[in-house]
Design a protein around this ligand. Structure first.
Ligand code: RM4
Ligand code: MN
Length: 392
């Protein structure tokens, strides 16, 4: 490793990875949801679990909420609850995809009354941000059509633009929204925000408080995601990531599981784009997980995922930037590629273990969690009540 180790460690300490409240609840496929023991029954219990992930990794200090899944009467009290457990509330994720009214869309629905209802929900999410102190609203729309001719593609873009403008208008000075795109599902013919270009165009029109979020599972197979990342960073329009891994579609599996090399290539662009350095001066790129754990225990899976992001980041930080530039400038194709591959092939686990020791943490977070007895405790305590899951 030619880059100074102390610098790499300092950068890794600064990278915060946000975990999603829904990762701690039950999830599955449309075929079956397997309930697990010890699953949270309330937003507070989800926060308790998120606090465990931070406790063993030291770099996951915030938890994203999904509304209405995490609806409470007193959001300021929930924020205080999180603070008492050493974490804070992160991005607010809106949900306009689970109400019967939204069968034909939410903000792009042909019926004005449904559009109003959807917009009111998005505005309510900003009200919640005011109470929790969250600065980021995540907008994902399941809106789209299934059949050619079903609705007017352009009219739906107009309706989308109108809703986004209304939300943008409502944002406070320190708040922003991140617009998420997804290639297909649940709609199969057209999605109203299918790709980064569509999201980018809407965001550019609105201004700096509108940015794009890249969910790594929302692309066609073979898409060069690091190109999208490089482009958006250059335009200062990359607001954050929803990290997960995919083999086929929107699998929502643990980040870095299917293709750790892709994650490294993405993080290389992030490092090059200055998005890891001092967050107060650099771009505010949020590193969020958007995952579900259908068959694996949830808390260790989140810990593992945070570690996977850290490993890819550590490798990206190990790239010998000067050697890479030299090879690139010289047109040395093989040499440049070799510099990148050397970094990818570096075993960064000893460095990360050392970093954790420096931070007063156990070098092996998953093992430390298992030894703690937390799972046995929640499995015994969390009996009865309604376990959290999609829609709960
Ligand atoms: C969507 C999208 C959103 C997430 C929901 C649960 O596919 O990825 O970001 O909030 O799922
Ligand atoms: Mn997502």
């Amino acid at each position: 490793m030619t880059t100074d180790t102390a610098q790499v460690k300092a950068a890794l300490r600064q990278q915060h990875i946000e975990t999603p409240s829904w990762a701690y609840g039950n999830s599955g496929t449309r075929f079956k949801v397997f309930a697990q023991r010890g699953v949270p029954r309330s937003p507070q219990e989800k926060i308790d679990d998120a606090a465990q992930v931070h406790r063993y990794t030291g770099v996951a200090p915030s938890v994203a909420l999904h509304i209405p899944w995490d609806r409470v009467d007193d959001y300021a009290a929930l924020a205080a609850y999180a603070r008492d457990r050493g974490v804070r509330l992160g991005a607010i994720n809106s949900n306009v995809f689970q109400d019967d009214d939204y069968m034909l869309g939410s903000v792009t629905h042909p019926d004005q009354a449904v559009r109003r209802k959807a917009l009111d929900h998005l505005l309510e999410c900003v009200d919640i941000m005011d109470l929790t102190g969250s600065d980021t609203l995540k907008l994902w729309f399941s809106d789209g059509t299934n059949y050619p001719g079903q609705d007017d593609i352009r009219a739906r873009q107009d309706r989308l633009a109108e809703a986004l403008a209304a939300v943008y208008e409502r944002l406070g000075d320190d708040q922003r929204f991140l617009l998420e795109y997804k290639l297909f599902e649940p709609a199969f013919y057209t999605m109203d925000v299918p790709d980064w270009g569509t999201a980018y165009a809407h965001c550019v029109k609105l201004g700096p408080k509108a940015q794009v979020v890249v969910d790594t599972g929302h692309h066609a197979p073979g898409t060069n995601i690091e190109f999208i990342v490089a482009f958006l960073l250059r335009e200062r329009k990359l607001g954050g990531f929803d990290f997960n891994s995919r083999f086929y579609a929107d699998d929502d599996l643990m980040v870095g599981a299917a293709d750790p090399f892709q994650l490294f290539r993405i993080m290389h662009e992030v490092v090059k784009g200055g998005a890891l350095s001092d967050r107060s001066s650099g771009p505010r790129v949020a590193f969020m997980l958007d995952q579900c754990h259908n068959i694996e225990p949830k808390i260790p899976a989140q810990i593992r995922s945070v570690m996977n992001v850290q490993e890819a980041t550590a490798k990206a930080l190990s790239v010998d930037a000067a050697a890479l530039r030299k090879a690139q400038d010289a047109g040395d194709v093989l040499g440049a590629n070799a510099v990148l591959m050397d970094a990818y092939n570096t075993d960064v686990r000893p460095l990360l273990a050392e970093l954790r020791a420096d931070m007063g943490l156990d070098p092996e977070p998953v093992a430390a969690y298992h030894r703690s007895g937390y799972f046995e405790k929640i499995a015994a305590e969390r009996v009865g009540g309604q376990q959290a899951g999609w829609g709960a």
